[in-house]
Design a protein around this ligand. Sequence first.
Ligand code: SF4
Length: 389
Amino acid sequence: MQKLKSKIIRDYTEKNEKVFVIRNFIEVRIPLDHFRKLEKRYPLEYIVSMGEPRRVVSHITKRNLEVITRESGIPLLGNPAFGIIDRGTNLLQVRGVTGCNFCCAFCSVDEGKCSKSRVTDYVVEPEYLVEWVEELARFKGRGVEIHLDGQGEPTLYPYLEELLERISRIREVEVISIQTNGSLLNEERIEMMERYVDRINLSLSSMDRKVASFLAGVQYPMNKILDAARMVAESKMDLLIAPVWVPGYNDEDIEKIIKFALEIGAGKKWPPLGIQKYIPYKHGRKVKTKPMSFSQFYSRLREWEKEYGVKLVLSPEDFGIEKRERYPSPIKKGEKFRARIVMPGRLRNEKIVVVKNRTVTVRTNRKVGEYVNFVITRTHDGIYLGEEV
Ligand code: SF4
């Protein structure tokens, strides 16, 4: 029990279920009557990791949570929600977790508890994730940047320190950067991250608590996030503040954020700001907003560049990103396959199959375990989509 307690943060009973919350992220729920029987026969460690029947959900979103381990045999290339994305440069996007504690009005992946479209979350075992990162980093060669981002808040990853520590030991990895909404950053976590991380990209879209709360879809912890920004700027890590400009909502804030970033010393090595224009995405949440063209957006950034003497119109070269050969993609558009469904997809009518050591997201209403015939409809950036035929 003692050994177990070090891993389990809480256990409680709720609605006739025994609930174990592991590392504040993975919820294992076992019907109480079954748990009572199991606890007479098995140690707690066994019940938490193997006891059936069980439901595993994300403690943050309460959605079904798929835990991807080496034993699962699920490859970590092919899906935009978990694993690795190689867009043909020296930067690899590494995604260990989905789910978010915010519900931003403009979220491009409709994340958070308020999501209407996402039905599944994923978490990848750190050792397994690192094996794939190593393989791709070796393929890319020296000077690789590992960027932890994803469909959700990357600092929710329950094995963040283990992951960072192991990635930092990969010879080819020169830079580790991480995307965050900042809500989980505190002194202790910043000290931990400082040992491995080179740059934190902090999304901060307003300096006004009311506007920030509206945009984030939650009570915005403004003081906590501004304090965290200051601490990061003062640490060995670099800080990049990345606001999303939503015309009609935070027009007044962008200039204030530029001033704040410069005042606290963001951008020691890389640019201090990465201002993004709000763009509505097909599967994202949409905000009713005054339209702003790209030329209006960039001309305003150029004016501020002159006024504040800071680079705001950015290119990949500003971050040392260069083109590199892509990791081989063995699947072609138009190819047809038949494969067994191994996991539910992110959206209701999506399922995950495995083909040629890659995952493919297939649009189908068939169930996990069934076979499906499909044709590949997308292969861009090594992200594979298929349509049932
Ligand atoms: S935009 Fe980022 S912080 Fe906001 S809900 Fe989406 S994933 Fe979370």
